[in-house]
Ligand binder design. Structure first.
Ligand SMILES: Cc1ncc(COP(=O)(O)O)c(C=O)c1O
Length: 508
């Protein structure tokens, strides 16, 4: 037994110890030994018993708490093993002279994690039809009942062949993208796919063109991987490739949302697409195509993907089930150029081996049975209604002060003030209206932000969308009035900023 490291005479042994056995530090259904251990830790870390002080004899504590003596001795043994207590034969158990700091700190530290938005206009909310939920439940149930050997081994780093084949079929029919299931890799979402592929093909410090404004999560993922995002401005035709060439001609990759630029909603013109592919060829670079919402096209035929034009030579196509099914699946995928299959598969195996297998079969069933497509048809109609209600209310209730182009695709829209208005007006209006969604300014990196909002309409009930749109429009008018500066004639005008090279109104 270790000697108790105290210099002073031990204090008299405690007879009764004030223990809190029902507070939040105690797991209600845990074993009596574990609950006792937790309560004792709480008392020690909280200073109720001081370092070096004796703990009650096990018999006494058992009597006090009503637990068996065995439970008390086991709890004491664990305290000793974890460094909270010491014991000497014949003298009993004492609180250690030094309490492990790690645990004491953990009690004090509250880490502030930013909660995901769920209020009105939050982006990333989706709907799933009741019928699709039933089908998914039944597919998942059937797959779990048939649980077998295939889940007991490590699997293919790209994910199950069955689901990859179903995704390859979907890409061909929905996006005109022809690829072999071997070229598909499953991921737990867009950022994950981006990270794995970047790890395989780029070096630390490499430059990557990113749209400005653009999708902040992709930029952050790129930065976390140690690469340098180059913010290339966007206009009504998409990323300005010539600017990219001027800013970073030898960047190693570009990340774009060509079918529905995030957030502005512009569609990359064919000229720009070809310019981008030409640059990629000249620079021996790759292009990441984030095709996050193409399944939600409201008018006209879906556009051919950039990867479809390039035949997956230099384009890495990224898709997600976060919007077409639900975000909690954490399931996305990418389609890779053939020459990247080897390096990307190795990188995946090194980073996190392979994706979880339990739900893959059920998702494949959704795709193969037509339940996936039926759900899309259903929610697409609902989203279209939500889009129209939101756009109309915002434009009308703001007396036309907000320009609200109706997007032909996707789950969000952009509502903009006149470009000469200070972005501050938008932030004041959003705070006053108490709504979520984003300020357009939050999506800018280096370019001068346009004043306005990025508002999600999917997954929000239409009556609440309308009420919140009215609130936001009223708050916008009030913010415009509050920022009105008296001019020479005394009639008042709103603070304006000079701008050049703005996307045209029809662009978004
Ligand atoms: C531009 C863009 N890409 C991708 C995603 C989907 O991300 P994930 O697949 O990680 O859920 C979103 C979600 O809002 C998005 O806005």
């Amino acid at each position: 037994m270790r000697k108790i490291p105290t210099n002073s005479q031990p204090a008299p042994r405690k007879t009764e110890l004030p223990l809190d056995l029902s507070g939040p530090h105690v797991t209600p259904n845990a074993s009596s030994q574990h609950r006792l251990y937790q309560a004792l830790c709480h008392a020690i870390v909280g200073g109720i018993v001081k370092p070096g002080e004796p703990l009650p004899p096990s018999r006494t504590l058992a009597k006090q708490t009503g637990f068996r003596r065995n439970a008390v001795t086991s709890a004491y043994e664990r305290l000793i093993a974890d460094g909270f207590a010491d014991a000497t034969v014949g003298s009993g158990t004492f609180v250690a002279a030094r309490i492990p700091a790690r645990t004491a700190d953990a009690r004090k530290t509250k880490i502030a994690i930013e909660a995901p938005q769920q209020g009105m206009f939050a982006l990333g909310c989706t709907l799933i039809d009741d019928r699709a939920v039933q089908r998914f439940r039944s597919f998942a149930g059937r797959r779990l009942r048939a649980f077998g050997r295939e889940h007991l081994h490590y699997g293919d780093p790209r994910g199950s062949l069955e689901l990859r084949a179903a995704i390859a079929d979907h890409l061909l029919s929905a996006r005109g993208l022809r690829c072999d299931p071997d070229q598909i890799m499953l991921s737990s979402g867009t950022q994950h796919a981006l990270r794995i592929v970047l790890s395989a093909i780029l070096k630390t410090g490499d430059q990557i063109w990113c749209e400005d404004p653009g999708y902040p999560a992709a930029r952050k993922a790129i930065e976390y991987c140690g690469h340098r995002p180059v913010p290339v401005p966007v206009d009504q035709f998409g990323m300005r490739v010539a600017r990219g060439r001027a800013m970073a001609p030898s960047a190693r990759a570009a990340y774009v949302t060509p079918s529905h630029q995030f957030p502005l909603g512009v569609q990359m013109s064919m000229t720009r697409r070809l310019e981008l592919l030409d640059w990629a060829k000249d620079a021996d670079a790759f292009v990441f195509e984030d095709d996050y919402d193409s399944e939600f096209r409201y008018d006209g035929a879906p556009l051919l993907s950039l990867a479809g034009i390039d035949h997956l030579q230099r384009v890495i196509y990224i898709g997600t089930f976060a919007k077409t099914l639900f975000p909690g699946l954490r399931l996305g995928y990418c389609a890779l150029p053939e020459r990247l299959i080897g390096p990307v598969t190795s990188a995946r195996a090194a980073l996190d081996r392979y994706p979880g297998t339990l739900l893959e079969g059920a998702v494949a069933d959704m795709l193969n049975s037509g339940a996936f497509a039926a759900n899309l048809r259903k929610v697409r109609g609902l989203y279209r209604e939500a889009r129209d209600a939101l756009a109309l209310t915002l434009a009308t209730a703001s007396d036309g002060k907000l320009s609200v182009p109706v997007p032909s695709q996707g789950l969000h829209l952009v509502a903009r003030f006149d470009p000469s208005i200070e972005p501050l007006v938008a932030s004041q209006a959003k705070a006053a209206a108490g709504v979520e969604g984003w300020l357009l300014a939050e999506t800018y990196h280096r370019a001068r932000p346009l004043p306005g909002f990025v508002l999600g309409f999917a997954g929000h009930p239409i009556p609440q969308l309308i009420a919140s749109a009215e609130k936001l429009a009223k708050a916008s008018l009030a913010a415009l009035r509050a920022n009105r500066k008296p001019d020479a004639s005394g009639t008042g005008r709103v603070k304006r900023v000079k701008r050049k090279a703005l996307p045209s109104r029809s662009a978004v």
